[in-house]
Design a protein around this ligand. Structure first.
Ligand SMILES: [Mg+2]
Length: 382
């Protein structure tokens, strides 16, 4: 079954007035996504999602101009071979490293969708997993910077839906972050898992002030206090308290960068994103490396239902899977445009879908509602 066509479809929407969320990377103005469609000579079509990397036009151009021609004519079920070819020709030397990883991720996800459809199996089954309950936390672009009272109110909305864990955006200022996390812990009580994400906005001084407080409130982790490649700071911050693990991975690409995290010895929770890290093929490898070191995999999940659904399949087939990041963004039409990718239960858990492949029906007529708007999706106050 040969690959005949690879098409990247960039999509965008602007956040309506009043729906902007502010966090460590800035305030959201718009959101983008790239849907990948792979067609085969046998008429089976697969879909995947590539993260836009704040430049959806550039990633789309990279796919059409450079990566697709490498793969046309290859066997669509050869996930290892296609991965290896893109790595050899794009990632391993001069070829736009992170951009190529984003592009490859979406194509690889679509190829797994094809494999599942060809085998008439849901992806979790094809990957060797089972339909099991997976713990979820309320995440996505939500619980951003705001008054501590309204933050606690927003958190309570998610608990009312069934969530037993949620993620607060910190990285504002150490003082304000401390006030917010303490207040939310007081309001929610001790039975809810509070996770925190600084989106790379901390200095070491901030980490020294905030980490002991996160230990006091029994936070589940501190995510991305520093830039993705600042291994020295991660190593230093990991010494501050043994009680709050550091988490990272949504900005790390391929098993080779995760191996660097391992060597840094400072990140105890890994968060590969299937639409960024090199796809499902690579996420399986990353999880295998992590399992040997008792590191849990808590995938980051991006914009559309395709990534959410694929992530659940992957987690259902991963021994060391932790939490699923459930997107609870107040305004994210990309999450639900192919139907609902997950449903939170009263037990705070979700399950993978049961149809062949990723399990979502893609109606492309909806794409006309989201014409791409190129450029970055966040504004930052400098
Ligand atoms: Mg994050």
């Amino acid at each position: 079954m040969k690959i005949t066509t690879i098409t990247a479809i960039p999509l965008s929407y602007r956040l309506p007035e009043g729906k902007t969320v502010t966090m460590g990377v800035g305030s959201t103005l718009k959101r983008d996504a790239i849907i990948i469609r792979v067609e085969t000579c046998e008429g089976i079509t697969g879909y995947g999602e590539a993260h836009p990397g704040r430049s959806p036009g550039a990633v789309t151009s990279l796919i059409h101009g450079t990566i697709a021609p490498l793969l046309i004519g290859m066997d669509a079920t050869d996930c290892i071979g296609t991965w290896q070819r893109v790595h050899r020709m794009q990632l391993s030397s001069h070829g736009l490293g992170a951009g190529a990883a984003l592009a490859l991720s979406g194509i690889d996800m679509a190829l797994w969708d094809i494999r599942g459809k060809a085998a008439n199996m849901p992806l979790y089954q094809l990957l060797g997993g089972s339909k099991r309950r997976i713990k979820a936390y309320a995440g996505g672009i939500a619980l951003g910077y705001q008054a501590k009272e309204s933050l606690a109110e927003e958190a309570q909305e998610y608990l009312a839906r069934g969530y037993k864990a949620l993620k607060l955006r910190i990285g504002d200022s150490a003082k304000v972050d401390i006030e917010r996390v303490k207040h939310v812990r007081t309001v929610l009580g001790d039975d809810i898992d509070i996770l925190t994400d600084a989106n790379t906005a901390y200095s070491m001084a901030d980490a020294r002030r905030v980490l002991p407080v996160l230990a006091d409130i029994q936070a589940g982790w501190l995510e991305e206090p520093f830039a993705c490649n600042d291994f020295a700071s991660y190593r230093e911050a990991a010494k501050i308290t043994p009680l709050v693990p550091l988490a990272a991975g949504e900005n790390h690409y391929t098993r080779f960068e995760f191996a660097q995290l391992l060597e840094a010895g400072a990140v105890q929770v890994w968060q590969p994103d299937l639409s960024k890290c090199g796809g499902i093929t690579e996420a399986v490898r990353i999880a295998a490396i992590a399992s040997a070191y008792r590191i849990p995999i808590n995938p980051h999940s991006s914009a559309t239902g395709l990534n959410h659904a694929a992530t659940l399949h992957f987690m259902a087939a991963t021994e060391n899977a932790g939490y699923f990041e459930a997107c609870v963004s107040k305004f994210n039409p990309f999450r639900d445009m192919f139907g609902s990718p997950f449903a939170i239960g009263a037990d705070g858990c979700v399950e993978p879908l049961d149809k062949p492949g990723i399990g979502l029906e893609i109606d492309e007529s909806i794409f006309k509602d989201y014409p791409v708007i190129d450029g970055p999706g966040y504004v930052v106050k400098f």
